[in-house]
Design a protein around this ligand. Structure first.
Ligand code: DAT
Ligand code: MG
Length: 140
């Protein structure tokens, strides 16, 4: 069993719609442990670092505008194969293709407003956790 940590974000529309408890409960009930959690407003600088792989794509401007549009909740989530299992719990990027029972499949319809973010690899997770949390903000 490989224990991993991954970054989960509840995006501005998820916070605005009151889905913090719902998303957090799903993650915890699955058996994952929270190792860090905070609410913050993402700066444009942080957004551009987080989404640097998408610089130059047609939706990049909207993506940065959206993630900076209101408070988000960031979580460091730990458990067996956390990166893949959490992504599977979130469903497809385009919520219209996300399976019912997934977070996006149950709570979203628009690709640009898909409620949650989850890191896509262990390498991405480590990079992204470092963008959102200092070492002292994560607990064992
Ligand atoms: P994911 O969030 O599933 O890892 P991604 O990394 O490909 O997806 O894209 C990051 C975010 O950018 C995604 O959650 C929503 C937005 N996005 C992706 N593709 C898009 C598109 N074709 N049009 C608008 N927004 C898009
Ligand atoms: Mg991604």
């Amino acid at each position: 069993m490989v224990v991993e940590r991954t970054l989960v974000l509840i995006k501005p529309n998820g916070v605005a719609r009151g889905l913090v408890g719902e998303v957090t409960a799903r993650v915890e009930r699955r058996g994952f442990h929270l190792r860090g959690m905070k609410m913050l407003r993402v700066s444009r600088e942080l957004a551009e670092k987080h989404y640097e792989e998408h610089i130059g794509k047609p939706f990049f401007g909207e993506l940065v505008d959206f993630i900076t549009s209101g408070p988000i909740v960031a979580m460091a989530v730990e458990g067996p194969s956390a990166v893949k299992v959490v992504r599977d719990m979130m469903g497809a990027t385009d919520p219209r293709e996300a399976a019912p029972g997934t977070i996006r499949g149950d709570y979203a319809l628009e690709i640009g407003e898909n409620v949650v973010h989850g890191s896509d690899s262990v390498e991405s997770a480590n990079r992204e956790l470092g963008l959102y949390f200092t070492a002292g903000e994560l607990v064992d």
